[in-house]
Design a protein around this ligand. Sequence first.
Ligand SMILES: [Zn+2]
Length: 457
Amino acid sequence: MTDLKELYDYVDAHAQEYIELLQKFCRQPSISAQNVGMREMVDLIRQEMGAIGVTPDVVETSGNPILYAEIPGRNQDRTLSFYNHYDVQPVEPLEEWHSDPFAAEIRDGKLYARGATDNKGSLLSRLCAVKAFQAVYGQLPLNVKFIYEGEEEIGSVHLSEFAQKYPERLKTDGFAWEGGSKQLNGPLEVCFGVKGLLFIELRCRTANSDLHSSNAAIVKNPAWRLVHALATMKDERDHITIDGFYDNVKAPTEYEMHCLETLQFKEEETKQRMGLDGFVNGLTGIPLLKKFYYEPTANIAGFKAGYLGEGAKTVEPGSAVVKMDLRLVPDQTPEEILEKVRAHLDKRGFTDIEVVRLSGEPPFRANPECLFAKTVVKCVKPVYGMDPEVFVSSSGTTAMYQFCHAANLDAVMFGAGNDASNIHAPNENIILEDYINAIKMAATVMAEFAVAKEEDA
Ligand SMILES: [Zn+2]
């Protein structure tokens, strides 16, 4: 391993500067779903990249721009790419936050803000790593590319357009993808793949407006229609009963099952943190992990109908909407599952329920034996003092497929989050120590991947 003590010392000495930069980024809202602050965020990133002498190309799309930049390094034959996103999730329910989601308040060694972990903390950890590397050693050890998109949280709608338009910008030897998590007081997680996702709305309208609820005797209720339809899609044992849903699910390989055995999933702590009595079907051990990482889901993300204000209001809704996200595993595809949902509902007489696709992302798994994956794994111990936990697939989703599948690229996820970062939820936070370690980790990966050779890996 390369001796990076000088660089680590430099990062420690400049920690305050990096933390203030993260606060600055978090104080700029950038909610893609609500189109809040997106241009201002782009300007802020340009400004910070400018500070390290990089002028990103702001690639316009019909949505939010994608920022692209590259910096040549000493080893011109080796390229490392950083994919991150600058958009964040909406903050609702606001009343559950203990401080303003864009105040970026620091309490007990954590910075609380929407986007602190997902994904501004990880984005900046890599940018700061480049900054530190340049300050300490001058030139970067290898070519670095940055790709920052502003629509990850709404399904990366324009990423494949970018990928098709600029195939040469995708070319790389390894993608450090988005971010990742670390167990509280435990190992860093390194992850080689993601589940896919189909996000849909089921919409039902039975009358042209809400009605006096006495009409419930003679007018179909759209909320009941949706409830009945939903009840056909999953049984009480959590088995998804959409016709043909599991047809293309590949059983985990021996290697994939073996990876589960090496994980140290803390069931009791997780239950406590989430306030649960137990997991679905009382699962525990390997079957629990298998379901979590290798099996698809059909989740009701939201249900809206009628009156939900204070007190009673005798009203019959005229329309109702359900939002659903279905996490997919190899070889399911969003297109296939969308068709199956439609056919399933039609077959049962729910032709009045409209199915609208909001976004879709196929699942993706990189090769865990590739040089980049092996290098990242090797870099963890010098920074964190212990080896990582290796995941074949995350339980979540990002747009890896759009970049990596066609171009046959290898992507690895690692970053600055932890089990209790509350990403997408109220009180999202990042542990400042994790953030600083993520800067060191990104710098270590640059140094090691620059010199990594297949025969030593
Ligand atoms: Zn996210």
